[in-house]
Design a protein. Structure first.
Length: 322
């Protein structure tokens, strides 16, 4: 039977931002409830080696890291709920959030940490080789391609920045774009074109990611189509970085919270406060610039502290009025 839960703080989302918010809130005796959502663990669950999360001298596996964060959140007293929030009403407090199971969460404050998803090409081989040559984050995975031959797909700021970043690590970078010019900022383009180890392949679509025959899955080549001539060919690569944009998971909050044109939740600079007092946003759902597990965790911590201070200020105002 559906149950109504009451909590001082509801965390929506179970990536580094959500778990960190829950850990801080639980340790501040806020008795948080965290509703994990569709992909508990977030983007790190589709990553293999993680070498840039501080605290681990050796590479750790993304899914393992997220299990640890989940266990830590539970250990300090978070109530973890495997459910999906399907509707919210932020028009009055307590905020009402309804879950797929029919359960309702009435929350004094909410931390939104629903993250963002990289857009994928949706071509054969892409998902099978994700984490084995296919990536959507050069900062995360570029290191594994030192001295190698990589492709970057896309033509916006992300693709140009990813290609620039990789040009300092890889032996060669081929930027593959479906048009004959980039839409990224001129300054980025100038930097890219000045790189001796970067080539642009224009008017080209990637049609398939081809695997090596070895025991461990590995990318061998890309099947490419020239969109002007229709010619199809194969090109050898060690890795492919897809940089065709991200989609923040904010459809649920549309019309209720301030968002930018791309759907990212707007937070006040230097805080996690959103356009509604008592609602806070952390991690990739409000960050299209850094998008790192460690920055998500950092803003998760900020969100818990912001929520705690919000409730404390409210309590002190109520006491003064009484
Ligand atoms: P974006 O600007 O939307 O560019 C996406 C690129 O991927 C476009 O070139 C697009 O091609 C291509 N693309 C989309 N779907 C594709 C598909 N299915 N197959 C092949 N190519 C596809 O995305 P973004 O570069 O991630 O940037 C998103 C936002 O963040 C932008 O507002 C950007 O300015 C901002 N951003 C800013 C910075 C910065 O300021 N340093 C860095 C990163 C991102 P078409 O050109 O043909 O549409």
């Amino acid at each position: 039977m559906p149950v109504t839960h009451h909590t001082p703080l509801l965390v929506i989302g179970a990536g580094p931002a959500g778990y960190t918010a829950a850990i801080y809130a639980a340790r501040a005796s806020m008795e948080p409830i965290l509703v994990a959502g569709l992909q508990p663990g977030g983007q790190l669950t589709i990553t293999t080696d993680v070498e840039n999360f501080p605290g681990f001298a050796e590479a750790v596996q993304g899914p393992w890291l997220m299990e640890q964060m989940r266990a830590q959140a539970a250990h300090v007293g978070t109530r973890l709920v495997d459910d999906i929030i399907t509707a919210v009403d932020f028009s009055r407090r307590p905020f009402r959030c309804e879950a797929d199971s029919g359960d309702v969460f009435m929350a004094q404050t909410v931390v939104i940490a629903t993250g963002a998803q990289a857009r994928w090409l949706g071509i054969p081989g892409e998902q099978a080789l994700s984490g084995f040559g296919v990536s959507a984050c050069a900062t995360c995975d570029g290191f594994f391609f030192r001295g190698k031959n990589v492709a970057v797909v896309g033509g916006g700021n992300s693709a140009t920045e990813e290609a620039l970043y990789l040009s300092n690590l890889a032996a060669h970078v081929t930027l593959i774009h479906r048009r004959d010019s980039l839409r990224s900022e001129r300054i980025l383009q100038q930097r890219l074109f000045a790189k001796p180890n970067v080539t642009c392949l224009w008017d080209t679509a990637v049609e398939e990611v081809l695997a090596d025959d070895g025991k461990r899955p590995a990318l061998r080549a890309l099947r490419l189509r020239n969109l002007r001539t229709g010619a199809i060919g194969e090109m050898s690569f060690d890795g492919m970085f897809v940089a065709i944009g991200h989609d923040p998971a904010t459809a649920l909050f549309r019309g209720q919270l301030g968002m930018d044109d791309s759907g990212y939740i707007i937070t006040e600079p230097g805080s996690t406060r959103t356009s509604i007092p008592g609602i806070f946003a952390a991690g990739d759902v409000q960050d299209h610039v850094y998008r790192q597990a460690v920055t998500a965790a950092g803003t998760g911590c900020m969100a818990a502290l912001d929520a705690e201070r919000f409730l404390a200020a409210e309590l002190s105002t109520t006491r003064q009025a009484a």
